[in-house]
Design a protein around this ligand. Structure first.
Ligand code: NAP
Length: 338
């Protein structure tokens, strides 16, 4: 199946993005080789959109999987849609290209299809992924996000990435980019946490009005990495309403959670390193939720976020006041989700 024939959405820069993507993030204790095996299985079952990031520290393994699948004739480079992300320690404009080139080198590719600003949080540049001071607090940096965006625009012009976008931006931060004087390219997408407990309906409406695709991560209820997700978070796939709807369609709750996003015009990512579940997650194009199902699932929204920023708010090395929204001005260091 080539890109043209996989189910795709048109991006605002004329490129196509497959509507179902394979997530590659896994907590540190999972051997990196698993990302390689799982990515090959994902490509074999039909995934063409692969979501990755410099931060995930497994782009060598994922890149090897892509190259293996190209070498054995399963796919051509142009069939694949590969996303990487510029990590927070590279948001100074002079470092953006360096981060992308590091990813390309690890991947063994000449270009990526999409490069995102991973999050609107700048951290002190350096080799440490999450730089901390002597007391263990994260050291932030002050960067003008519009300068970061201009550096990303240059990467697109250089052909290092076909499309550019953002991740974890709220609508005010998107507006900073959209209203930037001299904007050359709009973000094609905003990748954010999105699932029935956090359906992002307002942000989705805003993105649609600006021709920006919303890409959902943690659509299956997240990886529940204890570093990021509180252990008392509800299990999305245990949700009785999802189970009932799944039973009615003879599907799994995971398939219903993915199908829900597709039917509301959201591109959705699904991470699994398990062969059976990888296959299952791709089987979401041959059934349809009814308008009533969609309404009931919409009703599950409770603005509940798995990827809690609270740990972060307690561990940064600047004074902040939880509950306030910081940095709505151009010099963005940190956001507080709301
Ligand atoms: P997710 O897709 O919500 O869920 C993954 C979890 O669900 C895994 O533990 C997986 O375990 C399990 N699972 C997968 N399919 C299943 C099924 N059909 N039935 C039951 N359980 C199933 O995970 P996520 O990692 O939070 O998000 C997906 C991707 O989004 C990431 O891999 C990453 O690429 C991206 N992401 C981006 C950001 C960002 O800041 N931009 C943040 C988080 C994630 P098994 O592996 O054991 O199947």
């Amino acid at each position: 199946m080539d890109r043209k024939h996989s189910r795709s959405v048109n991006l605002n820069d004329g490129n196509l993005m497959p509507v179902l993507g394979f997530g590659t993030f896994a907590p540190d204790e999972i051997p990196k080789s698993k990302a390689n095996e799982a990515t090959k299985i994902a490509i074999d079952v039909g995934f063409r959109h692969i979501d990755a990031a410099y931060f995930y520290q497994n782009e060598e393994e994922v890149g090897q999987a892509l190259r293996d699948k190209m070498a054995d004739g399963t796919v051509k480079r142009e069939d694949l849609f590969y996303t990487t992300k510029i990590w927070s320690t590279f948001l100074r404009p002079e470092l953006v290209r360096q981060c992308l080139e590091r990813s390309l080198k690890k991947l063994g590719l000449d270009y990526v299809d999409l490069c995102l600003i991973h999050e609107p949080i700048a951290m002190k540049p350096g080799e440490e992924l999450v730089p901390k001071d002597a007391s263990g607090k994260i050291i932030l940096d002050v960067v003008d996000i519009c300068d970061t965006w201009e550096a990303l625009e240059k990467c697109k012009d250089l052909g290092l990435t076909k499309s550019i976008g953002v991740s974890n931006f709220n609508h005010k931060q998107l507006e900073l980019i959209l209203n930037k004087p001299g904007l050359k390219y709009k973000p094609v997408c905003n990748q954010v946490e999105c699932h029935p407990y956090l359906n992002q309906s307002k942000l989705l409406e805003f993105c649609k009005s600006k021709d920006i695709v919303l890409v959902a991560y943690s659509a299956l209820g997240s990886h529940r990495d204890p570093n990021w997700v509180s252990s008392d978070s509800p299990y999305l796939l245990e949700e009785p309403i999802l189970k009932t709807i799944a039973k009615k369609h003879n599907r799994s709750p995971g398939q219903v959670a993915l199908r829900y996003q597709l039917q509301r015009g959201v591109v959705v990512l699904a991470k699994s390193f398990n062969e059976k579940r990888i296959k299952e997650n791709f089987e979401v194009f041959d059934f349809e939720l009814t308008p009533e199902d969609m309404k009931v699932i919409d009703g599950l929204n409770r603005n509940f976020r798995y990827d809690s920023m609270s740990f972060f708010l307690l561990s940064v090395s600047i004074d902040i006041c939880p509950g306030t929204v910081l940095f709505q001005v151009r010099r963005i260091t940190l956001i507080i989700h709301f």
